[in-house]
Ligand binder design. Structure first.
Ligand SMILES: [Zn+2]
Ligand SMILES: [Zn+2]
Ligand SMILES: [Zn+2]
Ligand SMILES: [Zn+2]
Length: 231
């Protein structure tokens, strides 16, 4: 489970020992990911900031399993949220600034995962290297692990609707928000679509949009939800 203390483990991102590869994201403050995985229609960036919680295949398996339990709320009016993720989501949206106006949904997990907040260099964490691929680490039955290092992590998510892209920002709630991953999926709406349908709030679309200065009538919203042929 734990490597001998005298062996320097390879970097989780660039696999080098004892230094780092020239382009390793650990030395790059601007890096937005240390690992990229594909998603249907897009990709997921695992962020350097979150490597402590996502830096091994087993940890990513645990985080993905937790992501799958996310409860989503439409960011319309004042969505009702439990107090604890609600305050954190508010703080995150404040950080997003004007981009927060593009929020389509916010999400939070009611479940949590138990993970280890160890004192290793997060890029060379020595824990849990023996956990089989595709399984989550079981810290509680891990011999020799200091149980004081265990933390319970919930996730919150913010889904942003850009003109041609969906982005979901995933954060771990560890007393503050740590960005773990950013999902980007392309989707281009038909021109002239209403804001509601662009965000998939089809039930809120009045069916047409405000006429431009030269139009005489309101323009029908081109979203497929109005024609009865869902795309
Ligand atoms: Zn490295
Ligand atoms: Zn560690
Ligand atoms: Zn629609
Ligand atoms: Zn519409």
């Amino acid at each position: 489970m734990t490597r001998p203390p005298n062996a320097i483990p390879p970097c989780l991102a660039c696999r080098q020992t004892p230094g780092h590869a020239q382009l390793c994201p650990c030395d790059d403050d601007e890096a937005t990911y240390y690992l990229q995985h594909s998603l249907p229609g897009g990709h997921r960036d695992w962020t350097p900031a979150g490597i402590r919680y996502t830096g091994t295949p087993a940890r990513r398996t645990a985080v993905r399993a937790l992501m799958a339990t996310t409860c989503w709320a439409r960011m319309h009016g004042n969505p009702e949220l439990p107090a604890s993720p609600g305050l954190l989501i508010k703080a995150i949206l404040a950080e997003f600034g004007s981009t927060s106006r593009r929020t389509a949904r916010i999400g939070y997990t009611s479940d949590y995962l138990t993970t280890v907040d160890c004192r290793c260099d997060p890029w060379r964490c020595t824990h849990e290297h023996d956990t089989a691929a595709g399984t989550s680490p079981d810290w509680l039955t891990n011999p020799g692990l200091d149980l004081d290092l265990l933390v319970n992590v919930t996730l919150v998510a913010v889904e942003i609707r850009w003109p041609e892209l969906w982005q979901t920002y995933w954060f771990a709630d560890v007393g503050g928000a740590v960005n773990l991953a950013i999902d980007s999926v392309s989707e281009i709406s038909p021109p002239g679509i209403s804001v509601a349908c662009h965000r998939r709030w089809c039930d809120l679309c009045p069916g047409d949009t405000k006429p431009g200065p030269r139009d005489r009538a309101r323009t029908p919203c081109p979203c497929s939800c109005h024609t009865g042929t869902p795309s």
